[in-house]
Each structure stands twice: as C-alpha cells, then as structure tokens.
Design a protein around this ligand. Structure first.
Ligand SMILES: C[S@@+](CC[C@H](N)C(=O)[O-])C[C@H]1O[C@@H](n2cnc3c(N)ncnc32)[C@H](O)[C@@H]1O
Length: 361
C-alpha cells in the first residue's frame, strides 16, 4: 500500500459502513452478531473481511437476535482492506477518472473512491435495494453522494458512461458485455471471475477497440458470486455406488480451492460443485464432486488419496491436473483473458498462445 493509499483508508471511517458484522459462533456451528464492543472496534481496523449480510436479507440477523442457530451463507461483506487496496492500486486510479463499481455492499469502497476522485466521478451498482439504501445513508454521513444504482450489475449503468475504470467486487462467470461497451479504449477493468465457485481469479483487462484483454493478478481474490445464478445441488449418494476406489496422486485441495492448481482445473473442466461430508463414525472426510452428469468422491486417509468415480467428470479433472503439472505448474499471473463481442478465452503466456480455454458464455 502506498502512503497516499494508506492515508485514504484512514480518512474514511469503516465503522460508519459496518455498524455490525457476523462472525462464526464460538460454541456451536453457525453465526453470531458482533456490534459496538471491543471485538467490533478491533476488527474494523484489522485486515480482514467482515460479513455484513447472511442469506440475502435481514431474517438471519433477526434469528440470531432471538438466539436461534443460523447457518445461512454470506451474501454481502466489506472486503479485506488489503484486497481493496490491491485492487485500487492495480487499477492505477488517477485524477478525474470516472469509475463504475459493481457491488456497492456497505458503500465503504464507494466512499474510498469518492474520497479519491470526487463523488461525481463514482457510480456504484447493487442488486439488493436494502443494502443500497443503507450504503446511501452511510455515504451521506461520511459526506459523499456518488451515483447509487439498484439493479443487476451485469447491465452496468449506461447514463454515466463512458467510464475510465470498472471495478467489480462480486465474481462473474464471464465478463458482461455492458462493462466493456461502457468504457473507452484503453480503460482498465478489474473483474473477479469464478469458474464454478473456485479460483479466486481477478482479471485486469485493458479495453481494446473491439473488446478487452489482459492478465490475471497473482493475488487470490475470493469474491462471492453474483446473485441470481442458482447453485446446482450436490449429491449425497453412497460412495460404494460409484465403484471400487483406486489411489490417485491428486490432492483433495485441488477441488476445494486451496491448491495452486484449483483455478486451472476449474477453468478447463465443466462446472462442478464440491461438498465435504464428515461421517458420524469418525471415518475420514469424503469430498464429493458433481457435474457434467456424473460425480466422484475423494477420501484422504493417512496421506493417501483414493477416488471412486462414475462417468466423465473425474477423467476430466484428473487430466486437467496432469496437464497443469506437465505445463510446469503455471501460476495464475501466467494466464490472461481476452474478451471479444462473441467469445471470451483464457490463454497461457500470451494472447495468441496455442494453450487457450474458452470461457462459457
Ligand atoms: C463483497 S460485497 C461488495 C463489497 C463492497 N464493494 C463494499 O465495499 O462493501 C458484494 C456485493 O455484490 C452484490 N451483488 C451480488 N450480485 C450482484 C449483481 N448481480 N449486481 C450488483 N451487485 C450484486 C451483493 O449484494 C454484495 O453486496
């Protein structure tokens, strides 16, 4: 973080934007609410993501207040300040630039942008009207009035185009055409991409006359996916139905997004969902993967991994992992993305490389 960047973070009080957050419960599975105490104050100025909405509305917060267990998934958060700073710096935001942010959330990032550029240059889109209204109040209290739009961020916001920068704080399966169309040539776009929820990829693209192209950042940016993409249900079938387990060299982490090859496997395989089950009898955890009309299960026991599979998904995942090894285990920043009106593809090393993978649109 540059000194100027650090000053901007200190100038905008995060507590206005995060009046409370959710943290994992200490005593049982589920969430608790943290508000107004020392833990809250410390967390606000710690480099950590703070979950601000669960399950898409306020019902989870109400249930926690009533003392009920809540297991809902996070649907809005204030990102970790170091990740926000890395994104702002990668975009090299300069004086008078017009910025489109996707995913207003708490409004904290919109406040940082407004502080840097003047609110007149900042447009931010949020799909959740309640969150947008809260962000508007917090931004006004901090003294900023950027353009707040309620709607699907995939449409961008044409009335304030063209933009010099597009900053998405929610992950998309492919780059929406509107984001490219609403920028001028040479504009920069920073877009978290998710291939079936894995990867933590962030593409830094430069607008070209026909589309946009650029590399992935080396940093992991695990953003929540855009709302409105229904999850495929994961299978809970009996492992034995999948046939005889056999050993594999592939670590389980490859499918749980904790391995350097995770993004590559998700990129070059059909979409698949992962779920880990912990058997009641203390047997080793089973990681189930489901997609492409078939499934497989991985079990790690004593450092050895076995797989039982039915159908094509496992063959594709295993082949992708082998290819990643044969390619000398390339890091995420060795890859890039090119967007054209009718197709998008990820490439290794250079845009014209023979090693390339289409992004499903
Ligand atoms: C990680 S949070 C954004 C953090 C925010 N920039 C901040 O500073 O607090 C992601 C946000 O994207 C929003 N979102 C999800 N799908 C969206 C969509 N299709 N269009 C616009 N916003 C969306 C979520 O409601 C959530 O508030």
């Amino acid at each position: 973080l540059t000194r100027g960047g650090a000053r901007r973070f200190i100038a905008v009080p995060r507590e206005l934007f995060v009046p409370h957050f959710f943290a994992p419960d200490r005593d049982r599975p589920g969430w608790r609410s943290v508000k107004g105490d020392d833990e809250w104050r410390t967390a606000l100025y710690t480099d950590t993501v703070l979950v601000t909405q669960l399950g898409g509305d306020d019902r989870a917060a109400d249930a926690i207040r009533r003392g009920e267990p809540v297991y809902a998934l996070p649907t809005s958060s204030s990102s970790a300040p170091s990740l926000m700073a890395a994104m702002l710096e990668a975009l090299a935001i300069g004086d008078d630039m017009r910025v489109l942010e996707i995913g207003t959330g708490t409004g904290y990032n919109a406040a940082l942008l407004s502080h840097r550029l003047g609110a007149v240059n900042v447009t931010t889109v949020e799909v959740d009207a309640v969150l947008s209204a809260r962000a508007r109040t917090a931004l006004a209290t901090a003294g900023y009035e950027p353009t707040l739009v309620v709607g699907d961020g995939a449409a961008g916001y044409e009335p304030n185009a063209p933009y010099d920068r597009v900053l998405a704080t929610v992950a998309v399966p492919a780059v929406p055409a509107a984001w490219v169309e609403q920028t001028q040539v040479d504009a920069l776009l920073l877009v978290p991409l998710t291939f079936a929820g894995r990867g933590g990829l962030m593409a830094l693209l430069q607008r070209t006359p026909t589309g946009a192209t650029g590399r992935f950042l080396g940093q992991y940016g695990g953003f929540m996916s855009v709302r409105g993409v229904p999850p495929e249900s994961a299978s809970k079938a009996d492992a034995e139905l999948l046939g005889t387990p056999r050993p594999t060299d592939m670590p389980v982490e490859v499918v749980t997004d904790r391995h350097p090859a995770s993004f590559f496997v998700s990129l070059s395989c059909p979409p698949f969902r992962t779920m880990t089950l912990f058997p009641d009898d203390g047997a080793p955890a089973q990681t189930w993967c489901h997609g492409d009309g078939s499934e497989f299960v991985l079990v790690a026991d004593d450092g050895r991994v076995t797989v039982a599979a039915d159908g094509p998904l496992w063959d594709k995942v295993e082949a992708a992992y082998q290819l990643w090894n044969e390619l000398d285990q390339p890091a995420r920043e060795s890859f890039g993305l090119t967007v054209e009106p009718d197709r998008q593809w990820v490439w290794l090393s250079e845009p014209g490389s023979a090693q390339s993978w289409p992004v499903p649109l």
